[in-house]
Design a protein around this ligand. Sequence first.
Ligand code: ADP
Ligand code: MG
Length: 140
Amino acid sequence: MAIQRTFSIIKPDATKRNLTGAVVAKLEEAGLRVVASKRIHMTKDQAEGFYAVHKERPFFGELVEFMISEPVVVQVLEGEDAVAKNREVMGATNPEEADAGTIRKEYALSIGENSVHGSDSLENAEIEINFFFKPEEIVG
Ligand code: ADP
Ligand code: MG
């Protein structure tokens, strides 16, 4: 294992319900450190670009509209095995299938409005971090 960086989003359903602190607490309890963070209101272009990999999926339009519906918090997380650790503390995409104690089990509303995004590989983490952050915005 090694120290890695991964990319995280606190999604609109969570920011709307004032759960940003609750989500960050879960991430920190899991041993992840927030080394960059900003609250933004994503543009449609940003949301479509970020989720381009899903553009053929039936829920793409719904996903983009959701992601631009309220502010989000984009973050870089750092820690031992951070990519997998973040996915673990997030829980399964569908909150009904998520393990007890995970962010999605505790806070997500549905498979679409599921409170958090997390990179699924080290390669995608780097791409996603670069999509939203300049190197000087990441402050270890
Ligand atoms: P994850 O976020 O767990 O990596 P995916 O990459 O498969 O999941 O999907 C990206 C996002 O698209 C999900 O987090 C969720 O917000 C949305 N999504 C996935 N599947 C569905 C679905 N069946 N219906 C509506 N939205 C979905
Ligand atoms: Mg994914």
